[in-house]
Design a protein around this ligand. Structure first.
Ligand code: HEC
Length: 227
């Protein structure tokens, strides 16, 4: 220790409390400025935004519970039951099942990261068969988009959901991973074509991402003075 500091510590009875306070303040400053440590309040607000989005985007219409987070079977996925709206889907020759969105490790989203859930909603990529990486292109083989993408089976409406903002998709992922209790419910695997629907999810069929500029041929600029 420097000589002046040693003398200060020895001779002043305030030295130790002052030093301790300084250390505490430095710690608090370090913790509160760390960008990767989301503060609890912000996390809670994010989860509530995600819950709101999930409720009004009809996720529960297919994944269970319709629009009621208190309902039996909320987002637990398809199961053999007479609960409202619970059904499987016949898509051409294939039968598909809405999956378990609760964070159960074995049967739900527990084993996937928030980024894998984000990639499912933005790019339609099956979280179980897609690496946990940041994807920057909608074109297979570019920007970490897998060369042979394995897409989610219809009727999962990701071609519409992908137009939500980044923030909205992260909010949904946060709600599913951290705002729900895990429920074990093993949903049967959806059937599908060998190309995992790649032939169905082309730009010609589902449109471009992001959306074309306004106004398209179907739209118009409002004229001033019009009712
Ligand atoms: C019209 C029915 C329908 C709606 C509405 C719907 N989904 Fe799905 N979802 C499905 C089906 C069917 C699957 C299974 C696809 C498969 O097996 O490949 C699925 C799969 C998923 C998966 C992949 C899970 C996994 O383990 O592979 C996620 C994540 C998901 N949905 C999230 C959502 C969210 C979030 C919403 C609301 C914003 C939503 N879904 C709304 C039908 C739907």
């Amino acid at each position: 220790m420097k000589a002046w500091l040693t003398r200060f510590v020895r001779e002043s009875r305030w030295a130790i409390p002052l030093l301790l306070t300084a250390v505490c303040l430095a710690l608090v400053a370090a913790i509160s400025t760390r960008p990767d440590l989301p503060d609890e309040q912000a996390r809670k607000e994010q989860i509530l935004r995600g819950r709101h989005l999930v409720t009004h985007h009809g996720c529960g219409d297919c994944h269970g519970g319709v629009g009621n987070p208190a309902a039996d079977g909320w987002l637990v996925g398809w199961r053999e039951t007479s609960l409202p709206n619970m059904q499987d889907y016949q898509i051409g020759p294939f039968r598909t099942y809405a999956r378990n969105l609760t964070p159960d490790n074995k049967t739900g989203l527990g084993r996937f990261s928030e980024r894998q859930i984000f990639n499912a909603l933005r790019y339609g990529l099956r979280p179980g068969e897609t690496p946990d990486v940041e994807i920057t292109s909608t074109t297979p083989g570019e920007g970490n988009h897998p060369a042979n993408p394995k897409y989610l089976a219809p009727p999962m409406p990701w071609p519409s959901f992908r137009h939500m903002t980044d923030e909205e998709l992260w909010d949904i992922a946060a709600y599913l991973k951290h705002g729900l209790k895990p429920v074990a419910n093993q949903v049967p695997d959806s059937e599908g074509p060998p190309d995992f629907w790649a032939g169905e999810y082309t730009v010609e069929k589902i449109g471009p991402y992001p959306t074309p500029g306004f106004p398209t041929a179907n739209e118009q600029m409002p004229t001033t003075g019009s009712e």
